[in-house]
Write a protein that binds this ligand. Structure first.
Ligand SMILES: *Cc1c(COP(=O)(O)O)cnc(C)c1O
Length: 372
């Protein structure tokens, strides 16, 4: 059983116990609306990535705003979302291991389930799992469009793998997965534009090679919060997968935007309490390594440029006071914008939704720790 939530609906924001993961619902809903309005009418499908939030209520809010389904990274995440009623889930990952493949095929009886491959050996394993379960799995060829993590090279290698998938019983070739993860945090608009222009060329060449082999390639899917406008306007992609836009972390806040690029708001915070001011020029808060992810740098102290989150240990965060006019006192509460939203969410059991000064919702991070 997870520990009890840090608040209940109807509580005052001032009464939320800390540290707590808090969403500003007004900013969060504006982010959801901004993305769905910007994709609506483009002819592209929106399939947000749920690894950012791991929360069925948020997935439902996305589906209510025209998302055709969601992406997950892990089979265990997909199981949580299918159990919660999401009917179309793409696992944007290669899945290896008989047990996992059995579980993947099992949920394909209850929802449309897609998965990626970048190896012919996977095709045979997926086909065996699907036919043993009497299920059909949607399969996409992962193409390396510049991130150099997973994926076959563009063009002919993608067509060879697509041909194998199209012939395999129990599998339905849907198209290609062309996500350029390494482009998302390139800081200038020009760098991101160039990286995605190259990815679009690679995706187009792969689709052309697949079609030249006489196979349909209906889906070209990819994009994240840093680049989605480029994929949307590419004429090649058919589906967009942004995830972090719902929350906007401090790292994404460091991306420079071109004038025609949409700005999402910070909606996710770790609310924390000042425990100690015993050492001069610093405040120590109750959120450290177990409440915040630091892989993309420390959190920002929201609305307080004179406070600089310097370092963390397990349960302590040390905030330097660079402007003594705003020196926090013991018991004060600070709102921290996490450096990286996805791994921060995974540290919490609950998301407390606030509107103004009142707690409106308390959602379970139901896929927390769903790593398998
Ligand atoms: C993480 C991820 C996304 C979403 O990226 P954000 O930067 O969170 O918007 C999309 N697609 C894939 C395959 C991912 O791994």
């Amino acid at each position: 059983m997870p520990p009890s939530p840090p608040a209940q609906p109807g509580d005052a924001v001032a009464a939320i116990d800390t540290p707590a993961l808090v969403v500003d619902l007004d900013a969060f809903e504006r982010n959801l609306d901004l993305m769905s309005n910007a994709v609506r009418g483009s002819g592209l499908a929106l399939r947000p990535h749920a690894k950012s939030h791991k929360c069925p209520e948020i997935a439902r809010a996305q589906v209510e705003r025209d998302a055709i389904g969601i992406c997950c990274q892990k089979v265990a995440e997909a199981e949580v979302f299918v159990d919660a009623g999401i009917r179309d889930v793409l696992v944007t990952n290669e899945i290896v291991g008989a047990g996992k493949l059995r579980r993947l095929a099992a949920i394909a009886h209850r929802a449309t389930i897609g998965v990626l491959v970048d190896d012919a050996g996977s095709v045979a394993e997926l086909s065996a799992a699907a036919t043993a379960a009497g299920a059909t799995l949607d399969v996409l060829v992962e193409v390396d469009v510049g991130a150099h993590r997973c994926g076959v090279p563009p063009g002919e290698p993608a067509a060879r793998l697509a041909t194998a998938i199209a012939r395999a019983p129990g599998l339905r070739l849907r198209g290609i997965h062309a996500y350029h993860g390494a482009a998302q945090h390139l800081r200038t608009p020009a760098e991101r534009c160039d990286a995605i222009a190259a990815a679009v060329r690679d995706a187009a060449a792969s689709r052309a090679a697949i079609e030249a082999a006489g196979i349909g390639c209906a889906v070209v899917t990819g994009a994240g919060t840093g680049t989605w406008q480029h994929e949307r306007d590419s004429g090649v992609y058919t589906e967009l997968q942004p995830g972090s836009y719902v929350f906007m972390d401090a790292d994404y806040g460091r991306n420079a935007l071109a004038p025609d690029q949409h700005h999402f708001e910070h909606s996710l915070f770790v609310l924390t309490t000042v425990m100690s001011v015993a050492v001069r020029s610093q405040a120590v808060v109750d959120a450290g390594l177990k409440a915040l992810a630091f892989d993309s740098g420390p959190p920002l102290v929201y609305g307080a440029p004179g406070l600089d989150f310097r370092r963390a240990s397990d349960e302590h965060g040390v905030v330097a006071v660079t402007d003594t006019a705003i020196a926090p006192r013991r018991g004060d509460r600070l709102w921290l914008v996490p450096g990286h939203c996805d791994p921060t969410v995974n540290l919490h059991d609950w998301i407390v939704g606030v509107r103004g000064e009142t707690v409106e919702s308390v959602w379970a991070v139901a896929a927390r720790g769903a790593l398998a």
